[in-house]
Write a protein that binds this ligand. Sequence first.
Ligand SMILES: NC(=O)c1ccc[n+]([C@@H]2O[C@H](COP(=O)([O-])OP(=O)(O)OC[C@H]3O[C@@H](n4cnc5c(N)ncnc54)[C@H](OP(=O)(O)O)[C@@H]3O)[C@@H](O)[C@H]2O)c1
Length: 247
Amino acid sequence: MKRIVIIGASSGIGRRIATDFARYGWRVGAAARNTEALTELKALYPDNIEYAGIDVTAPDVEKKLYDLIETIGGMDIILYCAGCGWYNPELDSEDDERTIAVNVGGMTKVCIAAYKYFRDTANVDKGRIAVITSVAGTKGLGVSAAYSASKSYQQKYLQALDQLAHIQHVNVGITDIRPGFVDTGLLKRTPARDLPMVMSLDYAAPRIELAILRGRRVATIDSRWAVVNTLWRMIPGCLWPHLQFKV
Ligand SMILES: NC(=O)c1ccc[n+]([C@@H]2O[C@H](COP(=O)([O-])OP(=O)(O)OC[C@H]3O[C@@H](n4cnc5c(N)ncnc54)[C@H](OP(=O)(O)O)[C@@H]3O)[C@@H](O)[C@H]2O)c1
């Protein structure tokens, strides 16, 4: 039986993917801070899901992650779905600090622990580290400065880790998933606005899962967002500050 650990599995994308993998017959190690939500998640597939209360900003992340891996009998894939932040035009510094702690600090700690696990301990053909980054990581977005910068960090970190794995002949694949807007609590916590091309979880989750299982290096979800992303990356730096992206 294959095993996946999902960090940030208590809601949104992570919860949905945890449920799907359990339904596909995988052993799932689900982690987040909200253990009540994780208890409810386990109740859906009690034989396949185990969980652990993990705060990725706490110093004991590595130990708790290794304990969870042991509980599910090893790990083939780890998916980092924990994330926060998004809309902060007022530049609230507490909000930005939380965003950096979870998206930058937490992801780095989890990736290091997972990389070392696959390098030193795992007994698998090929391990995989996947992270839900965002299309927002490809440009600096004025209304979400810390969020877009944190996602850019994640993308560069994954690219570097991929290269390191090749240099060190470590058998681990890296997957950087870049969704556009997905209808989850992350968007609902921002003021009501008409966001373009919002995807439902029913639509986005299978596409994310396929990208991970196919071992894609970078996957933009979906093709419409890939086009938008390609176009906006072509906009010259001198014009970018003048664009009125208010979403
Ligand atoms: N929704 C979108 O439009 C969209 C688009 C592109 C990328 N993304 C990315 O997708 C990822 C998942 O977001 P979502 O949309 O599914 O939002 P969500 O429903 O708010 O889920 C966020 C998850 O992160 C966990 N988390 C937050 N802080 C944590 C911490 N300190 N320690 C451990 N877990 C923590 C939350 O669990 P607890 O609160 O229980 O800890 C929750 O499970 C994020 O990285 C987000 O940036 C989302």
